[in-house]
Design a protein around this ligand. Structure first.
Ligand SMILES: Cc1cc2nc3c(=O)[nH]c(=O)nc-3n(C[C@H](O)[C@H](O)[C@H](O)COP(=O)(O)O)c2cc1C
Length: 168
């Protein structure tokens, strides 16, 4: 599988099988997240592996869409907005850029391992932060449900290259 094939294999999966995910696969996925690049190599992230039924239920309250219940576990990718790099010119905080790279490493690594994921950002951050008992400067960026799946997904729809690339 070349890189484009892997990219196309990763899809937003919203229905999971109950089959447990092997610890080695989870370790591999987390190692892929760990090696993500970040501004000034600050690595301003923290990953919660949410497996307990109690904590999963708490997160389901933060994202009350029933499909997410079927995932065997969730990774919640959190950002440390105090540690992260701010650009001197305009103070832009790059924490979401850093987190996005690490999250996509997780999703691509999972796809390579035959697992499904979905980026989930449309959750209530207050409920999520309370569930994970996060300190003030740590923010949940995405909940990533992970698991095996047998979903058939529609073909990816993307804008044509001509529309998104300008050669000047
Ligand atoms: C930043 C971001 C936030 C997203 N949030 C949600 C979400 O809250 N719920 C959901 O079902 N899908 C969510 N998605 C998944 C997108 O809908 C999905 O990636 C997009 O439709 C493209 O489909 P594909 O991932 O199968 O290629 C999110 C994706 C991204 C990148």
């Amino acid at each position: 599988m070349n890189f484009l094939e892997l990219i196309r294999k990763r899809r937003a999966i919203r229905q999971f099988d109950s089959k447990e995910v092997e610890q080695e696969k989870l370790d591999y996925i987390l190692e892929c997240a760990r090696f993500a690049p970040s501004a000034v190599n600050i690595q301003p992230w923290l990953f919660f592996i949410v497996k307990s039924e109690e904590k999963k239920k708490d997160l389901q309250k933060a994202y009350p869409n029933r499909w997410i219940d079927s995932a065997p576990f969730y990774i919640v990718a959190c950002a440390d907005s105090e540690q992260s790099w701010k650009r001197s010119y305009d103070s832009k905080n790059h924490v979401d850029v850093d987190l996005s790279i690490a999250i996509e490493h997780i999703c691509l690594a999972a796809a390579e391992q035959g697992l499904g994921t979905c980026w989930v950002c449309n959750f209530d951050p207050i409920i999520c932060s309370q569930a994970l008992e996060l300190s003030e400067h740590i923010h949940p960026v995405a909940i990533i449900p992970i698991g095996y799946h047998s979903s058939v997904v529609k073909p990816q729809v993307r804008k044509p290259i001509k529309e998104i690339v300008k050669t000047i």
